[in-house]
Each structure stands twice: as C-alpha cells, then as structure tokens.
Write a protein that binds this ligand. Structure first.
Ligand code: SAH
Length: 665
C-alpha cells in the first residue's frame, strides 16, 4: 500500500467513519478516488486533511466529510443516474461515479469544466460526463435523474432541478438567505409527484451563481480581460508616468496630496499589512500634516477603545487619573506596540503641548470597542480547556475570519458539530462578562465619552456579535465595521461640528468594500459607510507593497515573527506597481494626473491583504482577493520593498522611561 492510499484509509477511518458516515458504497468510493490528483501539486500534501482546498477560478474542492455526507444523503443505488451542479475539480463527481451508474456534471467556469473533464478522462472515470454551462438550469438532455446534488449554495431550490428529478429521486442542495451561509436541504420527489424536504444542518459553500441562483456581482465573475484593456507593460508604464515619487518618508512633499484631500472631513489611511514600518511611518507623516495644516483633531485607529485611551491621555496631556495596567498587551501586541506608533505618539504629545486650548488638541481614539482579538483569545483559551476538538475547529476558522481570505478551510465545513454548539452559551456569557468589565472601566475613564446611550448600543449588539463571531461567521465582520463607523460618527459629533478625523485601519476596512469581492458577498466596511455618509468629503487612501519583510504570526495567539513577503502575484495590482519601477510613490486615482491610468486600472485584478496572520505558503488562497482599485481607493501609496515594524521589546522597561510613557509601562 503506498503512502497516499494509507492516508486515504486514515482519512476515511478518522473523518468519515469517526463522524458517523456508514454507507459502505460511499466509504468505498472515498477509499478509492485519489484526491491528490484533483488539487494543485503544491497542495497535494494537504489532500487528506479534512478541509476544503482552493482550486482555480477562486473556487474550492469540498471537504471530504462534506462530499461523503452529501453522497450518503443521496441514498444512491448502483443503477442510479446522478446530476451534479458545480463540477469544480471533478473530485466529487469521481466519487459519485464509483457509487452510481452515470454521473452528469455541470460547471459554470469554462476553465474548470475543461480541466475537470481532461483530468477525469486521464484517470479513467469514463462514466462521468462534464458540461460547461449554468447548472441551475440542470442538464435537460439526460433527465430525469435519480439523484441531484448541488455543490454551491443558492437562495432556493432551482425549479429546473425539481423538474428533472425522477419520481422517487433525491436532491441535496445548500440553501441560504445570503450567498455565504446555508442549510443543507434534501428534497424527495414521491411517486405521486409531490415533494417533501428535510434539513440536514448548517454548512458553508461557495455561491451558486446563475439564472436560478445568485446574480453575479461586478468584478467577481470569471475575470475576462476587458476588451481594449492594455497589456500589463503598457499599464505599468502609465503608472510610472502618473505616479508622484516619494523620495523619503520624512522629506516627501505632500502639498499635492493635501490639495486633493481638500476639505474632506474624514481621511482614511489604509495598510496592506498590520506589520509594515513604511506604512506606519507614512500614515504618521500624512497625519502630522493634516493636524498641522488642516486642523484635524481626531486620530481614530483600529484598536480597542481602552487601549487607545491610554495613549490618548498621554498625547493630550490631560490631567486625568491614569488607568491601571498597560496598553496593547494582548495578541497582536506588535500592531500598536511598536517604535513607529511610539514615535508618532511622542510627536503628538509634544505638538499638543504647544496648543493652549485643550479642545483644540488632537486625540487618539480606538474604534474597535469589542476587541476582536481579546475575544478570540478568550474563546480559544476556554475551548482548549473544555473541548480540544472544538478548539481546533475554532482555530482554523479564526485563521480565516478576515473577508479577503478565500476561506478554503471554512467553506463546506459543517458548522454544527454538536460539541461546538454545546459550548456556545458559555462562550457568549463569558464574552459578555468581559465586555461588561470593560464598560465599567470606560465609565471611570476621564472623559466619560462613551455615555450611557453608546454603552446601551454596544450591549445590545454584543450578544449577536459574539454568537456570530463564535461561529466564525462573516456577519461578525459587518457588525464590527458598522460598530467602528458608528463610533467614528459619535466621536465627530462629540468633538464638535467642524471636527475632522484621520482613520488608521487595514485596507480591508478602509477601501470601499463595494469595489471588492467582499462587497459581492454582502460584506460592508468602514470605507463604504464613510463614502455613503460623507460622499467626496471622505478621502480613502490604500497602501501596498511588493516584497520585503512583515511582522505577523502564523496562528492566532502565536508569537510575532518577521516573515518574508513574497513578490506579488503576476495578475495583481501590486505586480503592475512593481513593474512601474518607481520604488515608492503616491498615485492619485480620483483625480489622476492621467485619466488613462484610472481607466486601465478599472479592470478588476487581484490585490493582496496581510493581516495579523500571514501564511506565505498558501498565499494565493489566503491573502488575495479581487478588487477594482480606483473605486476602492481615491489614492494609492506604494512602497515596493518594505520592512517589518520594530516591536517594543522588554528593553524599554529598564530604560528609565518617564511616567507619561504612552503605553503605560
Ligand atoms: N464538487 C466540487 C466542488 C465544487 S465548488 C469538487 O469536488 O471539487 C462549487 C462549484 O460550483 C464551483 O466550481 C463553482 O464554479 C460552481 N458553480 C457555481 N454556480 C454554478 C452554476 N450555476 N452552474 C454550475 N456550476 C456552478
């Protein structure tokens, strides 16, 4: 027996039999089909992990357990003829072909249909027939089918599929109110032509897109080159011509940028990673000019309110009682606890020192009251203690909480593992408790800024948020961004009618979500809400890099590592910027120096996002998404080669730092 056959046996024992799959024909099918032959060579080593994996065209090959449970739910007999919608890699079709007589499978992405058809032929699966087309319309020519399985999530059961189901037939399909989460539903057609339905539990699949599925959103479909779109060399050259080079961060002339920002009330400064020194320093530089020259008085950052409040006390030099403890001591500490932020805080402290009127001093605020990171750490810690299996599921899921990730490890994973559900109440109670303690602290906070009304809003949202977060649901993203934006609005109102704010958050919060894959899945963000509320008075700036180093972790709660950033993907915006050969630049997109730049960049391309977790090995699946850059941002700031931020180490403790030190050491 070779190694792969052994691994396959192990997978069947552990993940299928171990989790209740009994149908002998299904188990036999899963034992014989070589899953490694259906994924890219570099992912073959993961072929027998019980996880979905990315394939071409941004799609996934389903998790083995999901393939097996759907096959079992179809109650197949050897004589059955099966229709599959969503061929993908062809893996599930191959498994079905071992159990039933003929398998007809339809795929909407032509490149996938072709690749699967070739692969199946090469591997000798002669009873599988692949067709390129919209599977929500079925495949009438070979109907009726004894069983129909849909491998993508739709809004409802497509009528054509019901029509093509034979009397006595079974249809299994994920159905959900949004394209992101579904319930697995089985429909039976009785001999008398009536149907009934049973629910097989919560699941997560890629969206079913078609006439009787979800509508395709712009910029998210199979990306065909726009007619007339120029070759990459031409676009890179245009960027070269339109870019305003940045010679040095400290010396850069920002006059043109300030003119473009004009009278904007909110300026959102992004970052493509949470650990790149150049991004932090350039954001600080721009912010300094906005404070000095344009009267900005709010710096609002993607951090917890209480943590940022410590820095705020320091920078505004207000005579409040110092809060106990230290700021930014939980994972990911390096995100704010670094030399770059420290330097900015010291500058702001000195700058404010020369401003007489306290109300004119610029403050430093956290938008993210919920503390996503603390909450996740608490959940993992709790689960580690009570249920290590559930903790493993949670770790994998939190690894892909961020919306830019293709979410390969979460799609198609059954969300209703019993033990996981059993922990829900306790976890939510624990998180609420944490939140209440935090609110108590806030009420002692000098400015009492978040008044009773604000607190009530937080508590009201919290329950829903924590449940969504516990299941790694994408709703938690929307609730969080909505909350951050509302906090920003409260801040603007609190500081007075003419207040202007700079926001520092990741590109994925700052760039208009409507211009990205996220928007197509129903995700919103701060940038999009700011655009809707302020129109052109919101100025959105993205930051990007090609290669270098970055501070990030490999896992939740893992230690900070300095990781090498891989040169960007050939089809990405980053590659075009790299090929412009300008080492660092500002590129105006709303009012570009040359209009052609905007037009050329308006064809959707890949963009990279690195969060607190960076996994260069699977970068393509976990850190790239589709976007339309000039709609996402008004301006793009580029540093071709970048370095990791410098975390504040232990040494500062002994360096005789004064009591006013921003991080409360
Ligand atoms: N069964 C596949 C996994 C499929 S993922 C495997 O084992 O690899 C879901 C697939 O459904 C994707 O490839 C997606 O492109 C496809 N899809 C989505 N909507 C579709 C539609 N209307 N018709 C056909 N295929 C569709």
């Amino acid at each position: 027996m070779d190694e792969q056959t052994r691994e396959r046996q192990r997978m069947v024992e552990r993940h299928l039999i171990g989790r209740g799959i009994r149908d002998p024909a299904v188990l036999e099918g899963m034992r014989t089909v070589p899953r490694e032959a259906f994924v890219a060579a570099e992912l073959a080593e993961f072929a027998y992990e019980d996880a979905p994996l990315p394939i071409e065209a941004g799609q996934t090959i389903s998790q083995p357990y999901m393939v097996a449970s759907m096959a079992a739910a179809l109650e197949l007999r050897p004589s059955d003829r099966v229709l599959e919608v969503g061929t993908g890699s062809g893996y599930a079709a191959a498994v079905l072909s071992r159990i039933a007589r003929e398998v007809y499978t339809v795929e909407r992405h032509e490149e996938l249909a072709l690749a699967a058809s070739r692969r199946l032929a090469r591997l000798g699966y002669t009873n599988v027939h692949v067709q390129h087309g919209d599977g929500t319309l079925g495949w009438a020519e070979h109907a009726p089918y004894d069983a129909i399985v849909v491998a993508a999530g739709g809004p409802d059961v497509p009528k054509a599929l019901l029509d093509q189901l034979a009397p006595g037939g079974r249809l299994v399909i994920p159905i959900g109110e949004t394209p992101r989460e579904q319930d697995l539903v089985r429909v039976r057609r009785h001999q008398d032509g009536t149907f009934d339905r049973d629910d097989l539990g919560a699941v997560r699949f890629v969206p079913l897109i078609g006439a009787e599925g979800w509508k395709e959103a712009p910029g998210t479909g199979p990306v065909a080159p726009r007619p007339g779109a120029s070759r990459p060399e031409v676009v890179a050259k245009l960027i070269h011509e339109a870019a305003e080079p940045i010679e040095s961060i400290d010396g850069a002339n920002l006059d043109a940028l300030l003119d473009r920002i004009g009278n904007a009330r909110v300026v959102l400064l992004g970052e493509a990673t949470h650990g790149t020194s150049e991004f932090y320093r350039m954001r600080a530089r721009i912010t300094q000019e906005l404070i000095r020259q344009r009267g900005f008085t709010v710096v609002a950052v993607e951090a917890d309110w209480p943590d940022a409040a410590r820095v705020d006390h320091y920078v505004r030099q207000l005579p409040w009682e110092r809060a106990p403890g230290q700021a930014f001591t939980r994972f990911p500490t390096w995100m704010w606890r670094n030399r770059e932020v420290e330097q900015f805080a010291r500058w702001l402290h000195d700058y404010n020192g020369a401003v007489e009127a306290p109300e004119r001093r610029a403050g430093f605020y956290g938008l993210d009251l919920y503390s996503l990171y603390n909450s996740i750490a608490a959940v993992l810690h709790y689960l580690d203690g009570v249920d290590p299996d559930a903790a493993r599921v949670a770790r994998a899921r939190y690894g892909c909480l961020t919306p830019w990730q293709g979410d390969p490890a979460a799609y198609g994973r059954a969300v209703t593992t019993g033990s996981y559900r059993a922990c829900e109440e306790q976890v939510v109670a624990m998180l609420r408790d944490m939140l209440e303690k935090r609110l108590e602290y806030q009420l002692r906070d000098g400015e009492r800024y978040l008044d009773a009304l604000q607190n009530a809003r937080v508590v009201a949202n919290a329950e829903q948020y924590y449940r969504a977060m516990y299941y790694g649901s994408r709703d938690s993203w929307n609730l969080r961004d909505q909350h951050m934006f509302e906090t920003l609005q409260v801040l603007l109102a609190f500081r007075g009618p003419d207040t202007k704010a700079v926001v520092w958050e990741h590109n994925s919060h700052v760039g208009n979500a409507a211009a990205t894959e996220m928007g197509a899945r129903g995700e919103l963000n701060v940038g999009q809400l700011a655009r809707a509320a302020f129109g052109d008075a919101a100025y959105l700036v993205g930051f990007g890099t090609d290669h270098g180093t970055v501070a990030a972790a490999s896992d939740w709660d893992g230690p900070m590592e300095v990781k090498r950033v891989r040169p960007a993907h050939p089809q990405s915006y980053e590659r075009l910027c790299h090929d412009s050969t300008v080492p660092a630049f500002q590129l105006a997109l709303r009012q570009p120096r040359r209009m052609e730049v905007r037009d050329e960049l308006s064809a959707a391309r890949l963009e990279r996002a690195i969060g607190v977790i960076y996994r260069p090995e699977t970068e393509m699946a976990s850190h790239y998404f589709q976007a339309v850059l000039p709609v996402q941002f008004d301006e793009y700031v580029w540093f071709d080669e970048t370095r990791a931020v410098s975390p504040l180490g232990e040494s500062t403790r002994s360096a005789g730092i004064p009591d006013t030190y921003p991080f409360g050491l």
